[in-house]
Ligand binder design. Structure first.
Ligand code: ATP
Ligand code: MG
Length: 357
């Protein structure tokens, strides 16, 4: 009996549907060639275009509709004219929060020196996984606007670090490091953020005592940023807070090929709810509808999905194919200096997958 994975696909706006098509093409081919499992894709037309017609980003019972899927595969949401706080809060963040996707996984792996701006490092030197806290911290939305007269206005924005929230992300990172046999680095800022980050460091040390086999490091976020550029080889698995993770993963993306290649997964490790896989880039309205979008980030996030389902071999194979593609100029999309169309990239994967049989 074939196992069936039910995937909710939210292509979204702009280039979202274009890049998601290629990811779906690749996933279907992987399953077909494997033979032990299949994917069933259900499409949801939500996003900003939907908002302009219906006055909402998703159906009112949208979360209920998604609840029983094995995973969510998302393109991009965003549209000129729809404020970011609506597109973000009423769809992406709603899904992340409702499904308690408290782990954000961003692989930072350099697959070609041609796409890395650093001249002093070899591609093997950049191979890390950043595990970002995805549910609270600096992005908890806690704060206030203290109105007095204009000159004396004071605005507060505070971070929320619960024991439950901090411990579970750090524990997840230790488990990941142990499984991979890699070192774990915590990035924080205990010298300046004298409550939240002291607490973070304390929990990192506490949980670490349960994992004596995992080698650990702790860096201040400013030093970590410097080392990521100067000596990226120092990092293997990295765990950090929501805000620091946001910044460091963009820095990481810049080191490894930019938005066209940056993939991300929002994970609910308990698998009580679906996890969500998505390219990091937005809807890029400037190039949508022209067949120019680079689908590698969405294919990479599809490979994260395969890994999440336990198909590590397939996941790794897709990364190998990305590596191969980056060497072949006729398959590069315009953002990487080539002339290939979005669809050519997916076809390249299908051809290689078939020929490797
Ligand atoms: P959004 O409002 O949805 O975030 P955006 O205009 O900010 O959309 P981003 O996707 O964040 O777009 O990216 C900024 C620019 O980078 C795009 O306008 C586009 O030119 C380029 N870009 C982003 N992703 C890709 C991609 N997959 N392929 C090619 N170019 C891309
Ligand atoms: Mg953007």
């Amino acid at each position: 009996m074939k196992k069936t994975y039910h995937i909710a696909v939210i292509p979204g706006d702009g280039i979202g549907p274009e890049v998601i098509n290629e990811g779906v093409k690749v996933l279907k081919k992987v399953a077909e060639l494997d033979g032990r499992f299949e994917f069933k894709f259900a499409y949801f037309p939500w996003g900003c275009e939907y908002y302009s017609k219906h006055g909402k980003m998703m159906d009112d019972d949208g979360i209920e509709q998604l609840k029983n899927f094995d995973a969510i595969y998302l393109g991009a949401v965003g549209y000129p004219g729809v404020p970011d706080h609506i597109s973000l809060w009423d769809l992406l963040l709603k899904i992340r929060k409702s499904f308690d996707q408290y782990v954000n996984l961003r692989p930072i792996t350099c697959l070609s020196e041609d796409v890395c701006p650093l001249k002093h490092v070899k591609k093997e030197d950049i191979d890390m996984l950043i595990i970002r806290e995805n549910s609270e911290g600096e992005y908890a939305g806690a704060g206030d606007w203290l109105f007095k007269d204009k000159k004396e206005e004071v605005v507060l924005q505070t971070g929320v670090f619960s024991r439950k929230g901090t411990e579970r992300i750090i524990r997840y990172a230790f488990e990941t490091a142990r499984k991979a046999g890699k070192a774990l680095t915590s990035v924080s800022k205990g010298n300046a953020l004298n409550y939240s980050m002291v607490f973070w460091d304390q929990i990192f040390a506490e949980v670490g005592r349960e994992y004596p086999d995992v080698e650990t490091y702790s860096y201040l976020v400013d030093a970590a940023s410097m080392f990521m550029v100067q000596q990226p080889k120092r990092f293997e698995i990295v765990v950090t807070s929501n805000l620091f993770g946001d910044i460091l993963t963009d820095l990481g993306a810049a080191l490894t090929g930019g938005l066209g290649l940056a993939a991300g997964a929002n994970i609910n490790p308990e698998r009580k709810y679906p996890s969500m896989f998505e390219p990091v880039h937005g809807s890029a309205p400037d190039i949508s509808g022209q067949g120019k979008a680079n689908p590698l980030a969405s294919i990479w996030s599809a490979s994260q999905m395969l890994d999440f389902f336990g198909f590590e071999e397939h996941s790794k194979r897709l990364i190998k194919i990305i590596e191969k593609l980056l060497k072949e100029t006729e398959c590069l999309t315009p953002d990487m200096g080539g002339n290939a169309l979005t669809g050519d990239v997916g076809d390249f994967f299908v051809n290689i997958l078939e020929s490797e049989l």
